[in-house]
Design a protein around this ligand. Structure first.
Ligand SMILES: Cc1cc2nc3c(=O)[nH]c(=O)nc-3n(C[C@H](O)[C@H](O)[C@H](O)COP(=O)(O)O)c2cc1C
Length: 179
């Protein structure tokens, strides 16, 4: 059974993006194993601490390497992706052996789907910039994406209710990732 690794780009307890990920998990059902990447202990990237590889970095690289595909659910922060997500991807982009740019990193060639819930732009700016970054670090970004403009009432209740059309978009992503 394929392993799909979820990466949630929000640290907020009641995160709409976490709710989106929960919905995606329901849609995947028993067609794949779904795991969530815990990167809460990842240090800020500092080239002084790259070697030896810090334990959280080694664990995260192993988890990424073992996944058949990745699904990122992220909010848009100031027209872009959140800083902690950039920090994670910066770590993944670096060679495990210093100056060894020939050996593929754990993210090279990895199939990645992107979804996001946010304001009126439905995270379009974030998703475009994330696509650019992931392509630069040689991941394979799927063209199918889901962008949710969180409805006005949800900002008061903290509960995200998806339309049938939005659920269909998530299903199209899931089908492609598992396919
Ligand atoms: C620092 C910061 C910057 C933000 N910038 C944007 C933005 O550019 N576009 C947008 O749609 N929402 C923006 N937001 C609002 C987020 O979309 C909103 O907080 C959303 O709920 C975050 O996702 P979450 O519910 O998964 O935590 C910003 C929020 C923060 C904290």
């Amino acid at each position: 059974m394929k392993k799909i690794l979820f990466i949630i780009g929000s640290l907020r307890t009641k995160s709409f993006n976490r709710q989106l990920a929960n919905e995606a998990k329901v849609i995947i059902g028993n067609r794949a194993e779904v795991l969530e990447l815990d990167y809460s202990d990842l240090p800020l990237l500092n080239q002084d601490i790259e070697q030896p590889e810090p334990a959280p970095v080694a664990r995260i690289r192993k988890t990424i390497g073992e996944a058949d595909a990745i699904w990122i659910f992220t909010p848009e922060y100031n027209f872009s992706y959140p800083g902690h997500l950039k920090n994670l991807l910066d770590w993944l982009s670096r060679p495990v052996i210093p100056l060894d740019y020939a050996t593929p990193t754990c993210i090279n060639g990895k199939r990645i789907a992107i979804s996001g819930a946010g304001g009126k732009a439905a995270t379009a700016n974030c998703r475009a910039k994330l696509t650019e970054l992931l392509t630069f670090i040689k991941a394979e970004v799927l063209p199918e994406q889901t962008g949710i403009a969180v409805p006005a009432e949800a900002w008061g209740t903290d509960v995200l209710i998806l339309t049938d059309e939005q659920k269909a978009e998530l299903k199209a992503q899931a089908d492609k990732l598992i396919g």
